[in-house]
Design a protein. Sequence first.
Length: 275
Amino acid sequence: MEVEHISSLQNPRIKQLVKLRDRRPRDEAGVFLVEGYREIRRALEKKVRLTELYYSPEWFLGENEQKLIDQAAASGASLYELTKDAFAKVAYRERPDGLLAVAPQWKRTLEQLDSVLAERSAGQPPFILVVEAIEKPGNLGTILRSADAAGCHALIVCDPVTDLFNPNVVRASTGVLFSVPCFVAESVPVKQWLNERKIKTVATTPSAEALYCDADLTGPLAIVMGSEQYGLSDFWMKGADLPVRIPMAGQADSLNVAMATIITLFEAVRQRGAK
């Protein structure tokens, strides 16, 4: 394997990796960063094509890194070995583990979602999570983990404030960004797509009368969650088939959106499993 060695903090590749922390340079280049052993391993498991892999043995935490490097190289990634200081410059984690990859962004259309559902649902009713205008990358990453754990067939991100390819989304998702089919679209066509397929939309809001655990979550279903600050927009609240609420016994009138998503998703999991 041909490996380029980089020690200078002024190397053009080092400068470019630092720029890729920001959304505009990522979008202009059409790539994003994947940092960490677990995240890179999951990308390779899902046949994501890594274009570049940067590593620094001085930061390694275990003994399996070389095998991962070999796998990345075999899949076509160019290899770059960095000094400890050079890697510290490009890493966005406080305690990096010496592995950082560059992968191409992808775009999926709603037209492709039909084939995804046909493949993943295996004849079961569709089970989709829709999130609107999520602001915090950590929440979006945690929501991705929840969707993966609950067995959602797809995640649709409507009117995003933070993008899927934010490094902290990748990190908080622990790499399941690569296993849950994710779609980004505006709310109006998403709602139209759901209506045309008779997929019931269940929207969570503190003002609803029905409790989430009393709602029927067993058929074709899209659970819709809103932003941290404002909740769901009027568009989704007025257009939802069924508004529900999570009962609150204390002084707080709402939950963190990632926590509310977990609670609602796993009630659906319980009902669908029982059925």
